[in-house]
Write a protein that binds this ligand. Structure first.
Ligand SMILES: [Zn+2]
Length: 293
């Protein structure tokens, strides 16, 4: 508690040098994030846009991140400054825009929440991460293995991921963001009735969500060039990086599919083809048995 007060107090004092600023930032990030998130929550409440559920919490957290990111980008150029005051002025400026959340509000639609649910789960669960390849692009087990350059043992692990996901993971991810049966039916009916519009919307929203969650794992965040991807596959390293980054970055996934294309007949396209529910009964089990026996 003493430490916390100490950091908060220092954030309100004048910082004179870049060194001092950098040192303070390494300690103070959680406080800044907390502060920005609290302010966002307050703004949403005061403007009648708040709802007491996990989606609004996530929205507040996402904007908290976003605001701290801006702060980190510009803070250094403001020295000497009082960091907390500078953050507050950024926040005030941001919320005084005519429609600060208009873009993000679409993420509160059933489709947006569905994508958010899948992706936020993927950050903490390997099953959900693997399942993204299926839900976003319709890739089955063998296609995932090919894209990621996996061997037999690892491929079987993917199957186990898919299987657990099918049994319980998907339901959990959907429940976590409060998606109801009616929401699912609404998404499915939208997909059935207006497929083009549905996929354009899913494409746009999933890019926003992916970009956000990619940042939660800084080590696996940067995109690689085509040459770097090619090298990584040829030399057989960076397994975690491949899985994590490719599940969350459409552009790199395209590059990688192109790289594989060069040495194979089969065409893989990472075109968004959103699947709402996990694989149909039996399909995956069948392909597993044919691989295994
Ligand atoms: Zn990338």
């Amino acid at each position: 508690m003493v430490e916390r007060r100490d950091v908060t107090a220092r954030l309100s004092q004048l910082v004179m040098t870049v060194d001092e600023y950098e040192r303070l930032m390494t300690e103070a990030l959680p406080h800044l994030l907390n502060h920005a998130t609290t302010q966002t929550r307050r703004f949403l409440r005061e403007t009648g846009q708040w709802g007491d559920d996990v989606c609004h919490e996530k929205l507040a957290l996402r904007w908290g991140y976003e605001l701290v990111e801006r702060f980190l980008m510009y803070g250094r150029t403001e020295i000497p400054c009082r960091p907390l005051f500078f953050l507050d002025s950024l926040i005030a400026k941001y919320f005084s825009q005519p429609e600060p959340f208009c873009y993000d509000k679409e993420l509160l639609s059933p489709l947006g929440r569905f994508l958010e649910g899948l992706t936020s789960r993927a950050v903490i669960s390997r099953d959900a991460l693997m399942a993204l390849f299926y839900h976003l692009y319709g890739f089955g087990q063998s296609q995932v293995a090919k894209v990621l350059g996996l061997g037999t043992t690892e491929t079987q692990r993917v199957y186990k991921n898919f299987e657990r996901w099918r049994r319980s993971g998907w339901q959990r991810a959907v429940d976590e963001v409060g998606i109801t049966r009616e929401d699912l039916m609404e998404i499915e009916s939208h997909k059935r009735r207006y497929p083009d519009q549905f996929h354009a919307e899913a494409d746009r929203l999933s890019r926003i969500v992916q970009a956000h969650y990619r940042k939660s794992e800084p080590e696996h965040f940067p995109c690689l060039s085509r040459q770097q991807w090619s090298h990584l596959f040829k030399e057989g390293y960076g397994y975690d990086y491949r899985v994590w980054h490719l599940a969350l970055c459409r552009d790199c996934l395209s590059e990688v599919c192109d790289v594989h294309q060069d040495d194979s007949q089969d065409v893989l396209t990472p075109q968004l083809d959103l699947r709402i529910r996990p694989l149909l009964n039996g399909r995956l089990v069948e392909s597993y048995h044919s691989v295994d026996h």
